[in-house]
Design a protein around this ligand. Structure first.
Ligand code: HEC
Ligand code: HEC
Ligand code: HEC
Ligand code: HEC
Ligand code: HEC
Length: 357
């Protein structure tokens, strides 16, 4: 039987879109509620606030301080992006402790994604199913697979663009969790790779990924060969990475490039960017919407082969490289003009000219 959507529900859609509550994933925990630790409801259930957690758990706190989670609102790349696209929507994940006001207060900004953002749900402190407290905790807690499984990360690491109400099908802004679910690493939790245990056997809270050269280099095995006088074939095979490489924010990408090396210097560089590539399409409603044209990132458990034609390389050496890049701002549709925030050299080398046949 088909029922008509109720007018009340329809009237709510734009409001829902405005406050930025994206379509909830069936299995995911709800996105952290504003004021997760600072509402009167929490006072009633006597959940300590973030500052109290930190006073009693100095080791986790020291690792979290300065982590991408702690700086998720204050860091400069996010602030620059927010200035270009100021939306209340962004606060749900970058300043989950803020209220629904227009501005984010200094405390919520400084806390970013803090202890209660991950550990407190429905008035309970969540602990991992495998944890063993070193002492008796002065607070109650619930051992929950939702914390150490994928669900604890899903609400923030897999979500659609805020314009989903205008589309037939929402377009993912990030889809790390879906990539992980479809990968050979589906049974390995995010925590297993992103919260390595320290000397004390406890899970690390530093969450460094795209700024950790060792981790980024561990993601792929790369080799390069000449396959013609001017052609170079570069193969990237996914290694210990539980999702596409790169994943996360839409402006993460990998540059694969090569150039001719001659005695008088280097020739013109040829480059390819492995990324999610976007364009515009005009909808029947007249709205201009961003669409994903192609995704040529390295899939988890798979590989990507890039062949480059290097001008004037015949009889000369060729230098090649693979760089992981964090793009700060895609100035135009021309990917080569993007403003960059930082890069990590993943692999590179020199290929000798092919012997004359
Ligand atoms: C991004 C989410 C996230 C944030 C933010 C976070 N934690 Fe955790 N924490 C976890 C997860 C997930 C685990 C469980 C990992 C496992 O053992 O599977 C955990 C484990 C712990 C443990 C048990 C450690 C162990 O290995 O026995 C303590 C204590 C803890 N967190 C305290 C804190 C405190 C204090 C803060 C704030 C400074 C904090 N956490 C911030 C996700 C988070
Ligand atoms: C008054 C001090 C105190 C406060 C406040 C406090 N904790 Fe604890 N907590 C402890 C102690 C002590 C333990 C047991 C020893 C240990 O595991 O570190 C514990 C245990 C835990 C565990 C279980 C570790 C495990 O898996 O066995 C988690 C998770 C945790 N706390 C998180 C938090 C979070 C999140 C907050 C804030 C909402 C918080 N704690 C506030 C003192 C405190
Ligand atoms: C409340 C939302 C929220 C939750 C829950 C959350 N994250 Fe995050 N996470 C963020 C935000 C926002 C950033 C981006 C910070 C920045 O770089 O501006 C981030 C950054 C990261 C990074 C660093 C990415 C990089 O580019 O280096 C890793 C790794 C990460 N998160 C893993 C996890 C894992 C694993 C979990 C689950 C245990 C988790 N997160 C839970 C919001 C969240
Ligand atoms: C098998 C290990 C492994 C698993 C499982 C894993 N990751 Fe990663 N992750 C990596 C490696 C290695 C990198 C660095 C390479 C890269 O940047 O993609 C990384 C990078 C990231 C980044 C930085 C974005 C980027 O690509 O620059 C984020 C965010 C992230 N992971 C989140 C997650 C989340 C959320 C999960 C669970 C759904 C998860 N990861 C599961 C290994 C893993
Ligand atoms: C549903 C959660 C969520 C929402 C909503 C969200 N983000 Fe994010 N954002 C994340 C996560 C998780 C990361 C980390 C992924 C990574 O590092 O690749 C991130 C990373 C970023 C980064 C990269 C930061 C860096 O240091 O490189 C920028 C910039 C950013 N977000 C801007 C925004 C803006 C602007 C909005 C609002 C239009 C927004 N985000 C909305 C979860 C969210």
């Amino acid at each position: 039987m088909r029922t008509r959507a109720s007018p009340a529900w329809l009237a709510l859609w734009p409001v829902v879109a405005l406050v930025g509550l994206a379509l909830p994933r069936a299995a995911a925990l709800e996105r952290p509620a504003p004021h997760a630790s600072r509402t009167s409801a929490n006072a009633e259930t006597e959940i300590p606030d973030d500052h109290a957690c930190m006073r009693c758990h100095p080791d986790q706190t020291a690792q979290w301080r300065g982590s991408p989670h702690q700086s998720s609102y204050v860091e400069s790349t996010f602030q620059a992006a927010l200035a270009r696209e100021p939306r209340a929507y962004c606060r749900a994940c970058h300043a989950p402790l803020s209220d629904r006001g227009v501005t984010v207060d200094a405390e919520a900004a400084a806390l970013g994604v803090a202890c209660t953002s991950c550990h407190v749900r429905d008035g309970m402190i969540l602990a991992s199913t495998t944890g063993t407290s070193a002492a008796i905790a002065p607070h109650s807690f619930t051992r929950s697979a939702a914390l150490d499984g994928v669900d604890g990360c899903a609400g923030c690491h897999d979500f659609p663009f805020p314009d989903f109400a205008l589309r037939d099908r929402p377009l993912a802004m990030q889809r790390t969790v879906s990539e992980h679910a479809a990968s050979p690493f589906a049974a390995v939790s995010c925590v297993a790779c992103h919260m390595p245990r320290g000397d004390d056997g406890r899970r690390g809270h530093g969450f460094v990924a795209s700024r950790d050269p060792d981790l980024v280099r561990a993601a792929v095995d790369v080799d390069a060969v000449r396959v013609g006088p001017t052609r170079v074939k570069i193969t990237l095979r996914a290694a210990d990475v539980g999702h596409a490489f790169p994943t996360g924010d839409l402006l993460r990408r990998v540059e694969v490039g090569a150039t001719t090396v001659r005695s008088d210097g280097e020739g013109r560089a040829v480059r390819r960017f492995l990324a999610r590539h976007f364009g515009d399409r005009v909808q029947s409603s007249g709205a201009r919407l961003r669409v994903e044209i192609a995704d040529d990132r390295v899939p988890a458990g798979g590989m990507r082969v890039v062949e480059l034609d290097v001008p004037e390389a015949d009889g000369h050496r060729v230098r090649w490289w693979v760089e992981y890049q964090r793009v700060a701002h895609q100035r135009s549709r021309d990917e080569a003009t993007a403003e960059q925030d930082g890069e990590i050299s993943v692999a590179g080398g020199i290929l000798e000219p092919e012997p004359p046949r």
